[in-house]
Design a protein around this ligand. Structure first.
Ligand code: AMP
Ligand code: MN
Ligand code: MN
Length: 346
């Protein structure tokens, strides 16, 4: 059932013992929301446990409290009043879902969230789940400490591409400003997020050898098989190299970390890639989405490319329709559109 922000805060206040989690393959928003809410609940005197079914990349060591994040122990059951799932729907939290016995409160900003939790607070207009945690902090009345501010700033900054994506709103900037007032040093966060081992930079170069363009240069992708992934260290930043290619409207990376199980990332400059991801059982946002495809390489690659072609096709048709209109209007020179075409193009 969906609830309001005030009701979400009431559930958090009501619980005494809480387990907090976020999605596997965690990003800055997953970690930032997890630690931010963790700090806020500690200030409210709650007994909290931060569980994440994945490794936490070392770049997050800059965030106070990162050492509190634990992996669920195999076979162990955790009892709590509330399990808070952040920045994802329940299918992306791995073993935590079955390991924790508690009522589930899901706080998320992905419009594709199907709402399987007992309580769901979803705001698809917020750039990051950390923005929602910021709103909860505003309502909570607790002090904005530096650890809390650093965590929320990291979540907001990373999900907005450091304040450059289309999801960056006046609210984003106002909350970031408030977090800076609490003492966050933006360069400390951005430097920590950008730093990577030499092997990742080398891996990026290797992976880029495999970039391909198709659909008249409107799609770009790197597709790496399990065998290639043994040689190439392809990281999440690869997609950012593809989405900036001139003329590219949809960029994708498909890679096999595990045999038979491809992980797909997609980015667009307006076409709804979350609709493509949803077809494969994933989700995300209009301009950034992802999914898993449990199929062999050739099949997965072909199906993904076909789905991207289908998403681009409606805009092919506009060109065709314009050409037909031009012909009907008897305009010999396509560089000199007739009034009818001008009207049609509005
Ligand atoms: P990524 O390409 O992993 O950075 O993900 C882009 C966006 O899609 C993020 O908002 C993710 O949370 C979301 N996303 C990625 N993978 C999935 C998935 N399997 N299911 C639902 N959402 C996803
Ligand atoms: Mn995330
Ligand atoms: Mn997010």
């Amino acid at each position: 059932m969906t609830i309001t922000l005030e009701e979400a805060l009431a559930e958090l206040r009501k619980a005494r013992k809480l387990v907090l989690t976020a999605h596997q393959n965690p990003d800055g928003d997953a970690i930032g929301s997890l630690l931010g809410l963790g700090h806020m609940l500690q200030a409210l005197g709650k007994d909290i446990l931060l569980l994440l079914d994945d490794d936490v990349p070392t770049r997050y060591d800059v965030l106070p409290g990162h050492e509190l994040i634990q992996k669920p122990e195999e076979g162990k059951t955790y009892q709590a009043d509330l399990l808070v799932v952040l920045d994802a729907s329940l299918d992306r939290i791995g073993a935590v879902r079955d390991a924790v016995q508690a009522t589930i409160l899901n706080i998320d900003h992905h419009p594709t969230n199907g709402g399987a939790a007992d309580f769901l607070y979803l705001d698809g207009h917020r750039a990051a789940t950390a923005e929602i945690i910021y709103q909860l902090w505003e309502l909570s009345g607790v002090e904005l400490t530096l650890p809390l501010a650093m965590a929320l700033y990291t979540g907001i900054a990373t999900d907005t591409g450091f304040f450059k994506f289309s999801n960056t709103s006046p609210f984003t900037m106002r909350s970031a400003a408030r977090l800076l007032e609490a003492g966050v040093e933006p360069n400390i966060i951005s430097e920590a997020m950008e730093i990577r081992p030499y092997s990742h930079v080398k891996g990026l170069a290797d992976a880029l050898q495999h970039v391909e363009l198709w659909h008249e240069g409107r799609a770009a992708g790197v597709f790496l098989s399990y065998e290639q992934m043994q040689e190439i260290e392809a990281t999440d930043s690869l997609i950012d190299m593809l989405r900036v290619i001139e003329g590219v409207e949809i960029a994708t990376v498909l890679k096999y970390k595990e045999e038979g199980k491809a992980r797909v990332s997609m980015r667009s400059n307006g076409i709804d890639v979350s609709a493509i991801a949803t077809k494969f059982g994933g989700g995300g946002h209009k301009r950034a989405a992802g999914c898993g495809i449990e199929k062999p390489y050739d099949e997965a690659r072909q199906e993904l490319k076909a789905a991207i072609d289908a998403a681009l096709a409606p805009t092919d048709k506009v060109d065709e329709a314009q050409a037909a209109l031009r012909e009907a209007a008897g305009a010999g020179d396509p560089t000199q559109p007739s009034a009818a075409i001008g009207a049609a193009a509005q």
